[in-house]
Design a protein around this ligand. Structure first.
Ligand code: GLN
Length: 470
C-alpha cells in the first residue's frame, strides 16, 4: 500500500498514476487532502467550506464563484449567504463527469473583484510562503490551496488577472484560457465579456490536463467555441523555432520590482538557450490605456450583472416595509464596499450623456488593444513579461488604496481585454517570494503556451514547496 502521501509535492498527474496502478484508492487520496486542510487551512483560510463528494479520481477545489449543485456558493459575498444552487455550472459538471470529486469551495474577493482576497466578506486568505502576505486575488483561495498541498488542482476565474496573478504570487501555474474556450454557464458573472474559468496546478502538464477536461463548446454558453485542435500534454524541452517576443512596455513598466525584472530576464535567457528566437516588440497602448479601459468596461458590465441581486431570487434578504425598501436594504447590507464602488462607477459610465464619453470610448480603446496584440503576435509566437509587477504584498498594505490594489493587474489586464490566453509559471524568487512569468499566446494558442511553459519549467527547476515547509 501507499506510503504517506506528500500532498505538498504530489502532482495531479502523479496522483492519477498512483490511482491507476492501484497503489492508492480515491478515498485515501481524498482523506490525505482533507487531513492537509485540517492541518494547514486554519492558518491560510483557502476554503470557505469543504464538501462531501463521491468522485474517485483526483479531487479538485473550485473557486466559490462556480455554482455547485447542493453546495453553498457565495462568490465571497454576504448577499449570497446561504445560497445553494440547484444546478452545476458546466465546468463543475465536467470535472464531476471526469471523476474529480469536489474537495470544497475556495475563497475569493467578493464577486471576484480584487487582487488580494481581502475583499472577501468572509476574511482574507493567506500566502503559504508567508502568511503575513496576500495570496493574490481574486482567486487567492484556489492558488494558495494548490501551493499548500490542500488540493492537487483547482479552478479559478479570471476577468483581469484573477488566475494568473494569484498563481504568480503563490508560486504555481495558472492558465487564463482564450475567451470562449471554457463555458461560463453557472459561473457567477462579474464582467461577461472578460470572465473566463481556468485551471491552477503545480505543473504545466497538470494545467493542460485540467484544461482538456473543461474546455470546448457548451450549448449553454453561446460565446463558447469548439477547440480548433485537441489539447496536447507538453513534452520535451526544445524551443527551437519558437519566436518569443518581449514587449518593452510590459517589461519596463513603472512599478516593476528589480527582483521581479531579474527573475523574468533570467527566464528569457533560458528560453534563448533552449533554442527560442527572442526579440523585442511593442504594445504601446496596452500599459498606458489598459487599466483605465478595463476599469470602465468591467464595472459597466458588473453594474448590469449585479442588478439581479435584489433579495428575491438569491441568497440573503433584509426586511423592509415596502418592496423598494427591502431591495435597498438587502443591497446595502449584502454588498461590500468594492462591489458598491464598481456598481456606482459602472452605472455612471453607462448613464445617458456619459455613455459615449466613457463606455463607448473604452470599447474603441479595447479594439486598439486587440489590434496591437494581433500585430505583435504576427511577428512572434508568444509574448513574455512579468505576471505581476511585485511579489506578494503584506495583508493590509494596499487594502485602503483601490488604485494601488488595481496596479497589481497592470500587466495581466491588456491580454485579457484582447481575449487572449495567458499562462503564469513560477520563474524564481525575489526576497524569498515567488515571481511569476506571464506567457501570452494567440487565440486558441494554449498548446503553444503549454509547450513553452513546460520547457521553461524544466529548465528553471523552480521548487514549488514554500521554503518554510521543505
Ligand atoms: N483584480 C482585478 C479586478 O479587481 C481582476 C479581478 C478578476 O480577474 N476577477 O477587477
Amino acid at each position: 500500500m501507499a506510503a504517506v502521501i506528500d500532498t505538498l509535492r504530489l502532482t495531479a498527474e502523479g496522483a492519477k498514476d498512483l490511482l491507476k496502478r492501484g497503489e492508492l484508492t480515491g478515498a485515501e487520496l481524498r482523506a490525505a487532502y482533507l487531513d492537509a486542510i485540517a492541518e494547514r487551512d486554519g492558518e491560510l483560510h483557502c476554503f470557505l467550506r469543504t464538501a462531501d463528494s463521491d468522485g474517485d479520481g483526483v479531487p479538485i477545489a473550485l473557486k466559490d464563484v462556480i455554482s455547485t449543485k447542493g453546495v453553498e456558493t457565495t462568490a465571497g459575498s454576504r448577499i449570497l449567504d446561504g445560497y445553494v444552487p440547484v444546478f452545476d455550472a458546466t465546468v463543475a459538471a465536467r470535472v464531476k463527469a471526469a471523476g474529480l470529486g469536489l474537495l470544497g469551495k475556495t475563497n475569493t474577493d467578493e464577486f471576484a473583484m480584487g487582487s488580494s482576497t481581502e475583499n472577501s466578506a468572509y476574511g482574507p486568505s493567506r500566502n503559504p510562503w508567508d502568511p503575513a502576505r496576500v495570496p493574490g486575488g481574486s482567486g487567492g483561495g484556489s492558488a494558495a490551496a494548490v501551493t499548500a498541498g490542500l488540493a492537487p488542482w483547482a479552478l479559478g476565474s479570471d476577468t483581469g488577472g484573477s488566475i494568473k496573478q494569484p498563481s504568480a504570487l503563490c508560486g504555481n501555474v495558472g492558465l487564463r484560457p482564450t475567451y470562449g474556450s471554457v463555458s461560463r454557464y453557472g459561473v457567477v458573472a462579474f464582467a461577461s465579456s472578460l470572465d473566463q474559468v481556468g485551471p491552477v496546478a503545480k505543473t504545466v502538464r497538470d494545467v493542460a490536463l485540467l484544461y482538456s477536461i473543461i474546455a470546448g463548446r457548451d450549448p449553454l454558453d453561446s460565446t463558447t467555441a469548439e477547440l480548433p485542435e485537441a489539447v496536447r500534454l507538453p513534452e520535451g524541452d526544445s524551443l527551437a523555432g519558437v519566436r518569443v517576443g518581449v514587449p518593452t512596455e510590459l517589461n519596463e513598466a513603472e512599478g516593476i520590482e528589480p527582483g521581479v525584472r531579474e527573475a523574468v530576464q533570467r527566464a528569457i535567457e533560458f528560453a534563448e538557450e533552449l533554442g527560442a528566437e527572442v526579440g523585442e516588440c511593442s504594445l504601446p497602448r496596452s500599459v498606458r490605456y489598459g487599466m483605465p479601459c478595463y476599469y470602465l468596461i468591467a464595472p459597466a458590465e458588473a453594474s448590469s450583472n449585479l442588478a439581479r441581486y435584489d433579495g428575491v431570487r438569491f441568497g440573503k434578504r433584509a426586511e423592509g416595509a415596502s418592496y423598494q425598501e427591502m431591495v435597498d436594504r438587502t443591497r446595502d447590507e449584502g454588498f461590500g464596499p468594492e462591489p458598491k464602488r464598481r456598481i456606482m462607477l459602472g452605472t455612471y459610465a453607462l448613464s445617458s450623456g456619459y455613455y459615449d464619453a466613457f463606455y463607448g470610448q473604452a470599447q474603441k480603446v479595447r479594439t486598439l488593444i486587440i489590434e496591437e496584440h494581433r500585430e505583435a503576435l504576427e511577428r512572434f509566437d508568444v509574448l513574455v513579461s512579468p505576471t505581476s509587477p511585485t511579489v506578494a504584498f503584506k495583508i493590509g498594505e494596499r487594502a485602503a488604496d483601490p488604485l494601488a490594489m488595481y496596479a497589481s493587474d497592470l500587466l495581466t489586464i491588456p491580454s485579457c481585454l484582447a481575449g487572449l490566453p495567458g499562462l503564469s509559471i513560477p520563474c524564481g524568487l525575489s526576497a524569498g517570494l515567488p515571481v511569476g512569468l506571464q506567457l501570452i499566446g494567440p487565440q486558441f494558442g494554449e498548446n503553444l503556451l503549454f509547450r513553452v511553459g513546460h520547457a521553461l519549467e524544466q529548465a528553471l527547476g523552480f521548487d514549488i514547496v514554500p521554503e518554510r515547509w521543505r
